[in-house]
Design a protein around this ligand. Structure first.
Ligand code: NAP
Length: 461
């Protein structure tokens, strides 16, 4: 057994870690203590004399030097802000996030001598840092334990129980599995998830992720994420959850203790009422494509817009046109506005373009206004050109060299619009670029591990 404890200071990592190591008769490593021993200074002195940057450098060195094998490891509160640390800590380990409410944290650390990171009063500092770090904590964990009203003994026993038999009963797993068997996904998919959840010698610590959609039998996400999990030695399995009813999908997610989900058509909006938290970007776009579940709570976010923003980052402040007014168009408008572009929405049904532009405070126009707008950047957010369709949403005469054409359609990668734009001498960005980048951002939310988009591209080939 190899368990890593992460979380804010005052959540009990050191005491719980020591007890847990004792119960399991394995070595205990406390990275803060290791830093102090090697520097022959207290953490307070390192911060005061050498600054936070030097502390983080020492922390990285200590984490990189942790020996492999059975152990309990307690980490400093900010360790998981570095994706390199997360990658190392996750290898072959089960990661537990210890949480506590702000008042409990304040009570526990009030009288200890620790460096202030913000110079704010203690309660404000706790609030501020928790807000900044929340996503990183949620991503890096396999299991989340609320320690607010528990003592270290109780928490260590709870972790011990999870390590011995997982977090949900066999009865609940079976209930979830029953729905999956009847969901219409392929026999091979059913066999694999059955083995992970219910098989003989099942590893109850394997965390399960899924694509949620209807239908989602053709999604390539399971193949991609399972490859990523095995490359980064994360004990996890990615499957498919499909049903016409979002309520059924959410219930099964609870029964099988789902750790994270990619959300696709038709649930990107429908899932929102079932979530406990919605991040700012997903709220503004009005759609969720990523959910993480931790400690009985669900957290929704959107990485689609990052997949559009990334390849266009060098065209800040351009004049842009978005074709379409659906979900992908909303993510596109949000991304382009984040790059301070002047955006106009053009759509087949003018009412929908008007609605979308009113939501984001941008312009809208009929499709016939394209030439007059003379855009520098064009994003196609309609399905025109998607297999088996062979059309292009624009005519050859409308495309010019100097334009940047981003076609979000990714099947086929080379659409009629892309071919036409190339012939006109325009710069092109193909749909898979968006998929790859949103997937990299999603894997980061799922695991805290940062993977270069190029690596994902190569894994999909
Ligand atoms: P959606 O919500 O159904 O919206 C589709 C939009 O396209 C609507 O505004 C619709 O216009 C317009 N449209 C549909 N057929 C059209 C046609 N024949 N001519 C002109 N306009 C047409 O779909 P979505 O979820 O936004 O997805 C749109 C496309 O984005 C998808 O087909 C997919 O290829 C792409 N996408 C790519 C990625 C990626 O990772 N690369 C991710 C998500 C989506 P009306 O309002 O007039 O109906």
């Amino acid at each position: 057994m190899r368990a890593v404890l992460i979380g804010f200071r005052g959540t009990g990592k050191t005491e719980v870690g020591r007890l847990l190591a004792h119960i399991n008769d394995v070595p205990f490593f406390d990275t803060d203590r290791m830093i102090e021993e090697s520097a022959e200074k207290t953490i307070y002195e390192i911060f005061a004399e050498q600054g936070e940057e030097e502390f983080r450098r020492k922390e990285r060195r200590v984490i990189a030097s942790l020996p492999e094998g059975d152990a309990v490891i307690a980490t400093g509160g900010g360790a998981i802000l570095d994706p390199g640390n997360v990658r190392k800590l996750r290898e072959g380990s089960t990661v537990f996030l210890l949480q506590a409410d702000e008042a409990a944290i304040e009570r526990r650390i009030r009288d200890t001598r620790r460096p202030s990171l913000t110079r704010l009063p203690l309660r404000d500092e706790i609030h501020e840092l928790l807000a900044v770090r929340r996503d990183a904590y949620l991503s890096a964990a396999d299991f989340c334990i609320d320690t607010t009203i528990k003592n270290a003994n109780e928490v260590s026993l709870e972790i011990h129980r999870v390590l011995s038999g997982g977090a949900v009963s066999w009865k609940r797993r079976e209930r979830g599995m029953e729905v999956i068997r009847a969901s219409g996904i392929g026999h091979e998919d059913i066999g694999e998830i059955e083995k992970v959840l219910m098989g003989e010698g099942t590893d109850t610590l394997t965390r399960v992720y899924a694509i949620m959609g209807y239908p989602c039998t053709h999604s390539k996400s399971p193949q991609l994420f399972n490859r990523l999990f095995s490359r980064y030695r994360v004990n996890a399995f990615y499957t498919r959850l499909q049903d016409p009813e979002i309520g059924t999908v959410v219930r099964v997610a609870g029964d099988i203790d789902l750790r994270g989900a990619s959300v696709t058509i038709p649930f990107k909006q429908a899932i929102i009422p079932s979530l406990d938290h919605l991040d700012r970007d997903a709220d503004a776009i009005g759609a969720v494509n990523t959910v993480v579940y931790c400690g009985g709570k669900s957290y929704g976010s959107n990485t689609d817009w990052l997949g559009i923003r990334g390849p266009l980052a060098e065209y800040r402040k351009a004049r842009a046109v978005v074709l379409g007014a659906g979900g992908a168009a909303a993510a596109a408008v949000y991304a382009l506005q984040d790059l301070e572009m002047e955006v106009t929405v053009l759509n087949r049904t003018p009412g929908r373009a008007e609605e979308l532009s009113a939501r984001f405070g941008c312009a809208h126009a009929p499709l016939s206004a394209f030439e007059a707008l003379d855009p520098g950047v064009v994003v196609n957010a309609t399905p025109v050109g998607m297999t088996p369709d062979h059309h292009s949403p624009l005519r050859p005469g409308q495309l010019k060299s100097g334009m940047v054409i981003f076609d979000l359609v990714y099947t086929p990668p080379e659409t009629p619009l892309i071919r036409m734009a190339r012939n006109a001498g325009a710069r092109v960005i193909q749909g898979p670029e968006m998929f790859v980048r949103q997937a990299a951002a999603q894997f980061r939310r799922f695991t805290g591990i940062q993977v270069p988009p190029a690596e994902i591209k190569e894994m999909m080939e």
